[in-house]
Design a binder for this molecule. Structure first.
Ligand code: CTP
Ligand code: MG
Length: 237
């Protein structure tokens, strides 16, 4: 199901949303679980569509739910919906395959990070536009991190000042992301990892607490409260 790219911007956003949500417990696929009465995917697409840079949104949905997801999202924004794959990178590849070459910037954004604010999409897109091949939003690591042996004995304490927790949207010059996916033989949990393997630099920008990934039930509880917090960088309504 396809919607044509608009002339509004230079960015396509690819949204992997085909995961089962096993860690969230039994129920519908994670992207279709409800947060404050609406599916996570609706929250995510609403924010993506409000980002001025975005010309096209491609969602990779659970294969059995492609039609339902298209119907659901058509009320929110023009979207293209494709069937996702068994692994996240297959879902990203399926969505990337329908992005037309004239869109020079691609952002990959997990539906599970459904409260990522407009300002974050714009920050990542602007950094790619200003010349970076690959851009990731990051936060400092707040916990002390230990390296352990197989028997759970501590081997040492990691210097957390050089560590970053990585979020989405991750942004790329479109040809770089296509080349990274084409070259990626093994599994990678994020798309920037595939770009790293090409030997290209990946640039970090500040992430957002609102872009947390909904993974476990406690994250849904936290997200319900976060819905009441406005995007601090958004212009007044
Ligand atoms: N995803 C996808 N296709 C897959 C697996 C994951 O599109 N085969 C998407 C998920 O829908 C999610 C994002 O990738 O938006 C990040 O994955 P994750 O948070 O691990 O979600 P799930 O795989 O659904 O959760 P779980 O691992 O608990 O099953
Ligand atoms: Mg998963």
């Amino acid at each position: 199901m396809t919607a044509q790219p608009s002339a509004r911007g230079d960015v396509a956003v690819v949204v992997p949303a085909a995961g089962a949500g096993v860690r969230l417990g039994p129920g519908a696929p994670k992207a279709l679980r409800l947060l404050d009465g609406e599916p996570l995917l609706v929250h995510a697409v609403r924010r993506i569509a409000a980002s001025p840079s975005v010309a096209m949104i491609v969602v990779a949905a659970p294969p059995a739910d492609v039609d339902a997801v298209h119907t659901l999202l058509s009320a929110v924004a023009p979207v293209t919906v494709v069937a996702g794959g068994a692994e996240r990178q297959e879902s990203v590849a399926a969505a990337l395959a329908v992005v037309p070459p004239e869109l020079g910037i691609v952002l990959v954004h997990d539906a599970a990070r459904c409260l990522a604010p407009v300002s974050l999409f714009e920050r990542v897109a602007a950094t790619v536009r200003s010349g970076a091949d690959a851009v990731i939003p990051v936060l400092p690591v707040v916990d002390t991190i230990k390296e352990v042996d197989a028997d759970e004995t501590v081997r040492g304490t990691v210097d957390r000042s050089v560590l970053r927790a990585v979020q989405t949207p991750q942004g790329f010059r479109a040809p770089v992301l296509r080349a990274a996916h084409a070259a990626a033989a093994d599994a990678h949990t994020d798309d920037a990892g595939a770009v790293e393997k090409l030997g290209l630099p990946v640039h970090c920008v500040p992430g957002s607490d609102l872009a947390l990934k909904i993974t476990r039930p406690i994250d849904l509880a936290l997200a319900t409260h976060l819905l009441t917090i406005p995007d601090p960088a958004a212009p007044p309504a």
